[in-house]
Design a protein around this ligand. Structure first.
Ligand SMILES: NC(=O)N[C@@H](CC(=O)O)C(=O)O
Ligand SMILES: [Zn+2]
Ligand SMILES: [Zn+2]
Length: 347
């Protein structure tokens, strides 16, 4: 295996940038390595109309460091009131790339999400017709379903029925965490894709819970058993063109994570590429990294691959990046995979 590799500049197909001071603090961390990212719309209040997305895009562009070469790909937050015509015209004008479905109450800032899926059927049909991808947070919210089973239950109860009644709908299963989701993707044809995060490739639920509770490993969907992590590594290194990187880098102030009721989300933007190189190298599949980070997602979304390249080099274990400071005194703790990472991005 080589100890230096060059790959086409990567894209992040699932990213939380937030707004205001937090946006200003975290955006440079992504723009440093990634050329484009799908920007999640779960602000408070959420990004629901084309006008909201255009305004948010403006705030992102204004927060970009001088000289940065980064394109935000905007999304709309699907609600039971979403207007199909607004979605389709925004997509035609190139103002949005996808629509995001959050089951109401499933995750951070999902209160405005969908409760009754029949109410969004008209929008989904219009999206299928126009070829607009639907990104899904795939977890049921039924209180009777154990939190570790919520992704698998979502596939049977929600995803499969939606796909059956909406032929042609292009769906991205976001941040998959289970062997069930890997198998469902492998059996499906054409219109289905999945993103995988960095952290779900590196940690299982033991890492979060054995020897003390580690709030910086808490995210949704929650990390599962080791066999599921192994399935994810196998999937991303398997040359399946419908799986690609979505970091789900989700910054929260350190104090909001280290709390009696810590919020869900892991901040991986600064070390995502280094960690991925470590995972792929360890699997003996470094040559599969570029498809996962730089080609598969672009192809699914109909984008041309990025022109520039980044270089990754292997050497002594690297320190975990320092917390990122936010104007006003807060900071955001960076994902610590809890084991040596020998790779780094060389500027
Ligand atoms: N993944 C998370 O645990 N949190 C995300 C929301 C999400 O992607 O579900 C966030 O916005 O903080
Ligand atoms: Zn989510
Ligand atoms: Zn997310």
């Amino acid at each position: 295996m080589p100890d230096i590799i060059r790959i086409a500049r990567p894209d992040d197909f699932h990213l939380h940038l937030r707004d205001g001071a937090m946006l200003k603090a975290v955006l440079p961390e992504t723009a440093r390595h990634f050329a484009r990212a799908i920007i999640m719309p779960n602000l408070v209040p959420p990004v629901v109309t084309a006008a909201d997305a255009a305004a948010y895009r403006g705030r992102i562009m204004a927060a970009l460091p001088e000289g940065a070469d980064f394109t935000p790909l905007m999304t709309l937050y699907l609600t039971e009131e979403t207007d199909a015509a607004d979605v389709v015209s925004a997509h035609k004008r190139g103002e949005i790339t996808a629509v995001k479905l959050y089951p109401a109450g499933a995750t951070t800032n999902s209160a405005s999400g969908v409760k009754d899926f029949t109410k969004v059927q008209g929008v989904l049909e219009a999206m299928a017709e126009a070829g607009i991808p639907l990104c899904m947070h795939g977890e049921v919210t039924d209180p009777k379903i154990d939190i570790f089973d919520r992704e698998a239950a979502f596939i049977d109860r929600v995803l499969e029925p939606i796909r059956r009644r909406t032929p042609g709908l292009r769906v991205v299963m976001e941040h998959i965490t289970t062997a069930n989701a890997c198998a469902y993707l492998a059996e499906s044809q054409g219109d289905l894709a999945a993103t995988v995060t960095v952290h779900h490739l590196m940690i299982n639920r033991n890492h979060m819970l054995v020897g003390g509770i580690r709030p910086h490993y808490y995210c949704l969907p929650v990390a599962k058993r080791e066999v599921h992590r192994e399935s994810l590594v196998e999937l991303v290194t398997s040359a399946n063109p419908h799986v690609f990187l979505g970091t789900d880098s989700a910054p929260h102030p350190t104090h909001a994570k280290e709390s009696a009721c810590g919020c869900a989300g892991i901040f991986t933007a600064p070390n995502a590429m280094a960690c991925l190189a470590e995972v792929f190298d360890e699997a003996g599949k470094l040559d599969a990294l570029e498809d996962f980070t730089s080609f598969n997602g672009a192809a699914f979304y109909g984008l041309t691959p990025n022109k520039g390249e980044i270089t990754l080099a292997k050497g002594d274990p690297q320190d975990v990046p320092a917390p990122v400071s936010v104007e006003g005194g807060e900071d955001v703790t960076v994902f610590d995979p809890g084991r040596p990472v020998h790779w780094r991005v060389v500027d």
